[in-house]
Design a binder for this molecule. Sequence first.
Ligand code: KIV
Length: 352
Amino acid sequence: MAVFSNLLRHATVLRHRFTLRSMSNIPENTVYGGPKPQNTEQRVTLAHLKQKHKKGIPITMVTAYDYPSAVHLDTAGIDICLVGDSAAMVVHGYDTTLPITLDEMLVHCRAVARGANRPLLVGDLPFGTYESSSQQAVDSAVRILKEGGMDAIKLEGASPSRITAAKAIVEAGIAVIGHVGLTPQAISVLGGFRPQGRNISSAVKVVETALALQEAGCFAVVLECVPAPVAAAATSILGIPTIGIGAGPFCSGQVLVYHDLLGMLQHPHHAKVTPKFCKQYAHVGDVINKALVEYKDEVTSGSFPGPDHSPYKISASEVGGFLDELKQMGLDKAASAAAEAVEKMEKNKITS
Ligand code: KIV
């Protein structure tokens, strides 16, 4: 028994050491530090999502494009973190999602993968990386997982060739989310960012294409900008979850773009592209603007950094030696500047 408990203690110590070793790139007791790693044991999987769907618990999905947004999603307990090609618009400032490349998406994916340990990570296949052939689609999807650290991919549309591609990706062992309704990568043929499913044939197409994606093996389908009854119809007949965006409340889950829901982009250009269906849960852009203006004013007036933000001290004896050294080097001007700084810092300390 004693031998067994000793072995157990030894194993625990080794496991602890391994954890520290695997995080050896995180320096202890340094000037800079980031958020603590989250609990990886709680990672969301397809099985968790299936359970939620079965129980009728809504699935939450939000986009993220970098490390800080990923950490925020993680700590908020969001189920699915989508590295969307909307990055082209909200991060890179393009008017559409078309210009972003796979290499650019991979940079976003890797940053997100470093920040979000708990959510299921889904990377969008960008325009031009999966339309030519199933082989191209599988190759791109493999890169999203292998080089981007994602768990699954999302692709837009449900034309026969897209369905074949989705099937091929699933057969390659990669989980796929489909996306129908408004598919922003197809604005060229849709004639702009237009809602879909607003007449009989278009509404039927939404339902049929969602079904076809399910048949192809997708584990969920995004329904974008369709009337609520159309989304309700699709949700009721599909065995997989529907994730709505501008598709009303009768979906199995909801997704919003990070910058849109936070009210982050208050610049007129971005205000123009914030969609009507998006509820802004905060006005982070206003907070950012206010902080930046305050910082600019304080730097300009010289009130930042004050004593509270000048933390690194040098002892009186060291500073004395430093001044002597400067003088010996013929740097009298530098010595006077340093002496003056000491005096000012002392004065500020007394008056603050
Ligand atoms: O790219 C994206 O952000 C998306 C969501 C809008 C679903 O596809």
